[in-house]
Design a protein around this ligand. Structure first.
Ligand SMILES: [Fe+2]
Ligand SMILES: [Fe+2]
Length: 481
């Protein structure tokens, strides 16, 4: 489930490269200074070269294997440096307080699993795994004791397992991972190594150290994960789940004031989620994007077909250009509302891109019919066109759902034809030219859309109330697109 990357202009790329090297050199210098003052000065040139190489390869790996590599790289560095700083801080504090503790106690009480836990929670586990290896190598270098290196490795792995097992979609997973996975595994680890080299007195003290370790870990992780989400503007799966809650005020308002739009958004969300899943795109992101795509209609809900049940058509008597302007405006209003709601940019992108630069055909044709002087560009949405797979999927699902909903005969054949027509129209208009979606993927998406729309609409025409409702819609078919 990855989010496709956007293309970058050459100048942006050059700038990015410059920052990348600057960051790597700065961080490597900082590490070698730590080595110079904290350990052996003679090792510092080696550590400088070592860190430059290490960071370069991590960055390269992230760039090739995941989306948003820069953001992930920065967070990786942040949590890594954070763990390192915490290490020295805690060590220095224990020494300063003159607490007579063994070195074992000090090293067992340090929360090495902090970075792996945070990264596993926010991103894919693979990044976390790499960092776990790096940290345990670092711990080996600093402590010179393989037992602590193994301890940090095992706690790191446990944190990845815990987060995956308890799902990244719940904040409670952090505590479950720490207390139900990391803590027992650490105790078992301690018992095992105790069999070989530790006395029973050490066992109790080190057990206490591990307990302190997990308490610090719980405190740091629960405090810093939301901070990182906010500072780095991460749209974590958990944040998406929170945003998809239809009990949120915005959806309650939508259900009340624009019930047609609310129903339509739920449909588009279901279709988009399934279609995204079918092509390996981020289905949760597509779902949430679809839920919010039409929030701008809340400003003037009665102007949109789906909300015109038992009310006079407010477009009557208005010049087509004005009607079209009102329709087009729901994108601009939506973006503004999205910003006020504090939605992440990734979700606002769905609002901005779901109509791309398509034409408000109904009013454009009406204007032409009325033999008015027609400037085509005035009837077009401002765009931009979809730039990710997910926004392209929502564009397809949105167009198809609205078109099928306004069909008189919603049999499978008609649904198939309509979906085909909508996608052909969008492709003909070049709406997917900026999105990294392939023909093959569009074909798979089409198959999913037909399947779901047929399942939803096919049998519903047998209900008389539905016929009445649909019948009233036929008068202003597909007006908002
Ligand atoms: Fe829309
Ligand atoms: Fe829509």
């Amino acid at each position: 489930m990855s989010k496709p990357r956007r293309g970058k202009l050459p100048r942006e790329r050059e700038k990015g490269q410059l920052f990348f090297w600057l960051e790597i050199i700065l961080v490597s210098s900082a590490f070698s200074l730590v080595v110079y003052f904290g350990f052996e000065p003679k090792y510092s040139p080696f550590s400088f070269v070592y860190f430059i190489g290490l960071l370069y390869f991590i960055r390269k790996f992230l760039k090739e294997s995941t989306d948003e590599p820069i953001k992930k790289f920065n967070i990786l560095l942040f949590t890594f440096v954070g763990t390192l700083l915490w290490f020295f801080l805690q060590k220095a504090l224990i020494e300063k307080l003159n607490i007579r503790m063994t070195t074992d106690f000090v090293y067992f009480s340090i929360p090495y699993a902090f970075s792996p836990l945070v990264l596993a929670f926010l991103f894919e586990p693979i990044i976390s795994l790499y960092l776990t290896i790096i940290i345990s190598l670092g711990v080996l270098g600093i402590t010179g004791n393989p037992a602590f290196s193994l301890f940090s490795f095992i706690t790191g792995l446990s944190s990845i397992y815990g987060v995956v097992h308890y799902s990244r979609m719940k904040r409670g997973s952090i505590y479950r991972t720490i207390f139900l996975v990391i803590l027992p595994i650490s105790i078992v680890f301690l018992l095992l190594i105790n069999l070989f080299s530790y006395s029973s007195k050490d066992l109790a003290i080190n057990g206490l150290a591990i307990f302190i370790n997990v308490i610090i870990l719980a405190f740091l992780a629960s405090f810093l994960i939301p901070v990182l989400e906010y500072v780095f503007k991460i749209v974590s799966p958990l944040r998406l789940v929170e945003l998809s809650n239809t009990n949120l005020e915005i959806f309650k308002k939508m259900a009340l004031e624009a019930p047609g739009t609310f129903h339509h958004s739920l449909m588009v969300a279901t279709i988009s989620e399934r279609a995204a899943d079918a092509i390996g795109a981020n289905s949760l992101l597509a779902r949430v994007g679809a839920l919010y795509h039409d929030i701008g209609k809340l400003k003037m809900p009665q102007y949109f077909t789906e909300n015109q049940v038992n009310i006079p058509n407010p477009h009557a008597g208005k010049p087509p250009s004005l009607s079209s302007l009102i329709i087009i405006n729901h994108v601009k209003e939506g973006i503004e509302m999205g910003r006020n709601l504090g939605l992440p940019q990734e979700i606002i992108d769905f609002i901005a891109q779901h109509h791309g630069t398509t034409l408000v055909k109904f009013f454009y044709l009406k204007a032409k019919e009325m033999k008015m002087e027609v400037d085509e560009s005035a009837f077009r949405y401002p765009g931009p066109r979809p730039r990710t797979k997910e926004t392209a999927i929502v564009m397809i699902a949105d167009g198809c759902e609205a078109a099928v909903n306004s069909l008189e005969d919603q049999d499978e054949e008609r649904i198939r034809e309509t979906v085909d027509g909508v996608i052909k129209y969008l492709m003909g208009e070049g709406q997917f030219d900026e999105a990294p979606i392939t023909f093959k993927e569009i074909r798979i998406v089409k198959g999913e859309v037909i399947k779901i729309l047929s399942a939803i609409y096919h049998k519903r025409i047998e209900y008389p109330e539905e016929e009445i409702r649909n019948g009233s819609k036929q008068t202003e078919k597909n007006k908002d697109r």
